[in-house]
Design a protein around this ligand. Sequence first.
Ligand code: 0X9
Ligand code: ZN
Length: 468
Amino acid sequence: MKKTRRYRSSRTGSRLILTYIKPSPAIRSHLNIEMKCLTFVCLLLAVGRGRARPEAPSSNATDAAEDQGEVQGRVLYNGSQLWKTFDITKEKISVLAELRDEKDISMWGGNTTSIDILVKADSVDKVKERLTENNIQFEVVIDDLQRAIDEENPTDLELDDRRGHRLTWQAYHRLPDIHGYLDYLAQTYPQLCTVQTIGQSVQGKAIKLLRISNGNPGNKAVWVDGGIHAREWISPATVTFIINQFVSNFENEPAAVRNIDWYITPVLNPDGYEYSHTTDRLWRKNRGRGGIGGTCAGVDLNRNFGYKWGGRGASRNPCTETYGGSGPFSEPETSAVRNFIQSNSGANWKAYVSFHSYGQYILYPWGYDRVVPPDYKDLENVARRIASAIQRAGGPHYTIGPAANTLYPASGGSDDWAKGMAKFKYSYTIELRDNGRYGFVLPAAYIQPTGTEALEAIRVVAEAASAA
Ligand code: 0X9
Ligand code: ZN
C-alpha cells in the first residue's frame, strides 16, 4: 500500500500593503560606487541577520514569542513584512539601528546597495514614518511573512516511501525523514556509506554523520556540514541533495569526487531545526538554556567554535541572535564536530565546507577580523573556481571573499576553527540562495536549482582537496 504524508498548512490573509518606493537608477548606481559604505552596512548587519555589532553587544531579544503573535505555542508572523531598504549612509543606518533597538525591526541581510529588514506587524506604520522622515527609500518585498512561510513548503506533496525512505528534494523535510534517509543509504549501499552518531544535541537528538568512501587508502578527507543555523532550511536540503547525487550516481562522478572520504552532517543543529519547523520558523540558534538562570534560550553555534572565540561579532548576551555561549565549544553540537575531527586524525583532512544561507557568497577565513591567512590566494583561487563552476552550470552570481571583509567580522565560526585550529587547508562558508527576494523563507521549488549549483561547488572542492 502506498503511504502518503500531507503537510499541514494554515493560510492567513495579508494585512497591509505599503507604498512601493522604487529607488531611482541614479541612487542605485550611486550606492554601487560608494564602496566605503560597505563598512557601515557591515556594522548594521552584524546585529541583524544574526550578526552582532562588532563592538557593542546587540540588544535584540531573540525569544520571538515575546513580541510576535503566538498561537498554541507557535510564533506567527501575520502582517510582518520583509522590506528592502536603500540608500546606505552612516546616518541612515543609525536610524535602522534605533528601530532595531526599539524592537520594531530585525535585520536579515544585505549588501552595499540595500539592507533587508523584517518589520514587525505592529510596527509597520511607525517604521514607515521613521524611514520617510529620514529619507530612507524602501520597497516591500514580502507583504505578509506568515503567508510566505505558509506557502514555502508544499502542502499536498505525496511522499511515496516504496524506495525505503521519505526524502524528496521538492519539500523541506523534518529531521526523522533526513535521518531516515541516511540510515537507508547505509543499509542500501554498505560498501560505500556508513552512518554514525557523532554526538547528541542539547535536547538529546542524534547528530548524524554519513561517511561516503570507496575505501581507497590514499583518499583525502572532506568535511561538509549543513544546518548550523536552524532557519536556513535550504542548507540541509542542499546537503542531502549532494549526498543523493553522489551516492546514486557514484560511478559517474569524477575521479576527484570518488577518491575522497566524505564526512557529511546535514543537520548540525537538530533541536533548532525541529524548533524552526514546529514553533518559530525564524529561529537561528540551538536550544541551549542560555546564560545563568536560562533567561533566553539558544547559543549561536557559529559563534561557539573555539578559534578566537568571543571576539568581534559575537555577543555575550544570551538574549541576542549571536550569543556565543558560555565558552568555546560549550555546546554539544559544536563539541561533537571538534571531537569527531580530532579523534579521526587518521583521516587526511583537506577541506571543510559549511553550508548556510542566504546571500550567495563563497566565504573563506578569516571571519573573526578583517585579515586573511598567509595562503589566502589559494583559498581565493578555489573560491573563484567554485563561483565560475556555478555560473557555467547556469547558476546565479556568487560573491567571493574573506568572510569578515566581505560580510562582517564574526568570531567563533566553524570555518575559522577548521582553518585555524584543525588545520584544514581549504575552509569555506557557502551562503546559498537567494539574494533577498525570499531570504530565509526560500520556496521549496528552489531546492533543486540550489542543490545543482552546490553540487558543482563541492566537485571543485573535491578537486582542490585531491590536489592539496
Ligand atoms: O554570521 C554567520 O554566522 C554567517 N552568516 S549567516 O547569515 N548564515 O548567519 C557567516 C559566517 C562567516 N564566517 C565567519 N564569520 N567566521
Ligand atoms: Zn547561517
